[in-house]
Design a protein around this ligand. Sequence first.
Ligand code: PEP
Ligand code: MG
Length: 320
Amino acid sequence: KQKKLAELKDKPAITRDNFKIQLAANMGTDDELDAILDTNSDGIGLFRTEFLYMNNNSLPDEETQYQVYRKVAKKMKDKPVIIRTLDIGGDKELPYLELPREMNPFLGFRAIRFCLEREDIFLVQLKAILRAAQYGNLKIMFPLISSLEELDRAKKLLDKAKLELTEAKISFNSDIEVGMMIEVPAAAIMADELARQVDFFSIGTNDLIQYTMAADRTNELVAKLHSPYYPAIIRLIKRIVDAAHRAGIKVGICGETAGNPLLTPIFIGMGIDELSMSVGSILDIKQLIRKLDQKECKKNLVQVIKLTTAKQVKEYLKTL
Ligand code: PEP
Ligand code: MG
């Protein structure tokens, strides 16, 4: 089996009727880079930058971050690398910052909300990414956007970072693509409008399911509710994909469901542009995609969209 999977490395993720998608890797630390290169993934669809902040006793400075981002950019050559800006808060703490205790951390001061309040910290990261983007195909992605206002403020701060680099005569790539995660239901509802303001979407299903089902992703007691099979989730993902495509932008999925083989035919039916997953799943999903027919997947999607319970959805997907 291992040998068969190895042979898939250099083949594209393409269906029998020639629908091609990008199979990218999620990266939690740069230690995973070699495995990602070994698998010959189509890029890095989610570079979680939290490790740079969490594996230290203080905030990483611009130079430290620049070195890491540049190394990844260079190693991935022309393949796209989506760097997600700091997604701290929720269940991820930074002890050295002494943030206030919150009753509901996942509904609180996390990710882009934190970065928009702490411009000092955010600008350091944005500058490091802009500088490193001269050495490869880096893109910037903002997490947990809930509104057009937040996206606008994040983009203004990116402009500010560019201006400060220009004034300091430090070279950088000003053409970097800017995308956002869709992981808050409010953003999913406003997807048509948001899609006109960014170059790409990436659906973070871990959080999108948590917030749509109102079920804490870390709470065992409600784990059953944190499931991608609920029709509300399938329908919501489809709407986001359709909104992105109406606006002419690309859309991927980077939550755990991206690597769930039961859902692969559904995502192919939706015409998703990219699936980004832990590196260990990439070849299995590629093998599956190469056996699928997109026309058939579209027909199956029409049926799945009509179903009304998670049980029905899961049972149906098992027959595909
Ligand atoms: C997600 O929410 O689906 C996601 C990919 O981001 P994280 O798991 O890091 O919150
Ligand atoms: Mg998330």
